[in-house]
Design a protein. Structure first.
Length: 379
């Protein structure tokens, strides 16, 4: 995941040989990756339908279990599968693909009549393999950035095991937030080298990441002051990113680097919203504050990062370019406006705004998927 002033660089995935998938082996590999990507996509669609049900709106797919597993579908089934797929491509060993396979298949099992523990257990296996994949990459090329991402995957595994132990999502959400934040922060650190940061920059992000992990875990045992300290750690992450991430420079460039930077900076702003909410209001295990922190992180931060990195990651996965076009900003704008409406509706108790904003979130993500598919196919 990357951008730099001169254009994209990709330290975490092997350089894609665009449109060169001619040999049978290459075609099979690409088909396998596409199948895993679609597995993650199916999980996202199920998760979006669950989101509509949670908003009390009509949804295309409805099952009794669906709203209950919305978080698992979105965070492990969709984002976890994407992250694990990218890591498997980076490691280039067949066993590593078991990670995205298990996180995705586990998500689908969650919506079948099988006991919920079946899907949760398969997802936990997938996250356990992801932890091992990071360890294998570490043996090849150790780095601070990798240590931070490993820590993130370990938090996700902990969350998955806590789900199996029936701990409610509201109590363990900081583990999931830590997973998303540390995975992305580690990837951004890999990229910060283009801006030649001082030697202490990596060390300071490692310390901040340790604080995110410790306070996130601590908030389960001591919601106060654990949640406040977790919020402070997230704000420290935002400050680090603002200081060292190349996005603050590439926003002044043009084309893809500027588009990537715009989404990154918006994502950082939403991370700050979650951090300030936890820091000032303390634990948010339910109610309006819960919806705000969960979606400031899950939609505002994580989905902005997906939008930012898709034109860089997709070519590495599919060996087919996703050309940048300014029309992609439409999805960015739709996501931002709808999320602001949703949060404002939540804060002011205006149910209609909350629902309209939530429906807008769904539309924004679907619009991005549709635009990306059209751009890839037409190219
Ligand atoms: C895009 C449209 C989305 C809609 C309409 C939506 C809707 C909702 C609603 C209405 C709730 C219940 C809130 C509450 O109990 O206060 C919820 C909970 C949640 N959402 Fe979303 N959501 C969306 C996207 C996402 C994304 C992208 C993520 C994460 C990546 C996410 C993660 C969660 C989690 C973890 C919960 C808590 C679930 C639980 O406590 O069991 N959501 N969502």
């Amino acid at each position: 995941m990357s951008d730099d002033p001169a254009g994209p660089v990709q330290p975490s995935v092997p350089a894609p040989r665009l449109l060169s998938g001619n040999t049978r082996g290459e075609r099979t590999r690409v088909r396998g990756r596409l199948a895993l990507l679609l597995l993650g996509g199916a999980s996202m669609l199920l998760g979006l339908s669950a989101g509509l049900m949670l908003l009390g709106l009509p949804a295309p797919i409805t099952t009794e279990r669906l709203p209950e597993v919305h978080g698992q579908l979105m965070i492990v089934g969709f984002l976890g599968t994407l992250i694990a797929l990218e890591r498997a491509i980076a490691l280039r060993q067949a066993w590593a693909y078991a990670a995205p396979l298990a996180t995705g298949v586990g998500a689908l099992l969650l919506v079948t009549p099988l006991p919920m523990t079946a899907g949760l257990a398969v997802q936990a296996v997938g996250l356990g393999i992801l932890v091992a994949v990071y360890a294998a990459i570490w043996r090849r090329a150790a780095s601070t950035a990798l240590a931070i991402q490993w820590l993130g995957s370990f938090l996700a595994l902990c969350a998955s095991l806590l789900w199996l132990a029936q701990v409610p999502t509201g109590a363990l959400f900081p583990f999931l937030a830590g997973f998303l934040v540390l995975t992305i922060a580690g990837e951004r650190l890999e990229l910060a080298h283009v801006a030649s940061p001082p030697p202490g920059a990596a060390r300071s992000l490692l310390l901040i990441s340790a604080a995110v992990a410790i306070t996130g875990a601590g908030s389960l045992l001591w919601p106060t002051p654990g949640s406040e300290l977790f919020g402070a750690s997230l704000l420290a992450t935002v400050l680090w990113l603002l200081r060292y991430d190349v996005a603050t420079r590439t926003i002044r460039s043009v084309g893809l680097p500027r588009y990537t930077a715009a989404n990154l900076l918006l994502g950082m702003a939403w991370l700050a919203v979650a951090g300030i909410t936890w820091l000032t209001l303390g634990p948010q295990p339910d109610g309006p504050g819960y919806d705000v922190v969960v979606h400031a992180i899950g939609l505002g931060f994580a989905m902005s990062m997906v939008l930012a990195h898709a034109p860089i990651i997709l070519p590495a996965v599919l060996i087919r370019p996703l050309p940048y076009r300014p029309v992609l900003y439409l999805a960015t704008a739709a996501l931002q406006v709808s999320l602001i409406l949703r949060v404002a509706g939540e804060v002011r108790g205006a149910g209609w705004a909350w629902q309209a904003g939530g429906a807008g979130n769904v539309a924004a993500l679907l619009a991005f998927v549709a635009m990306a598919a059209v751009l890839v196919v037409r190219r």
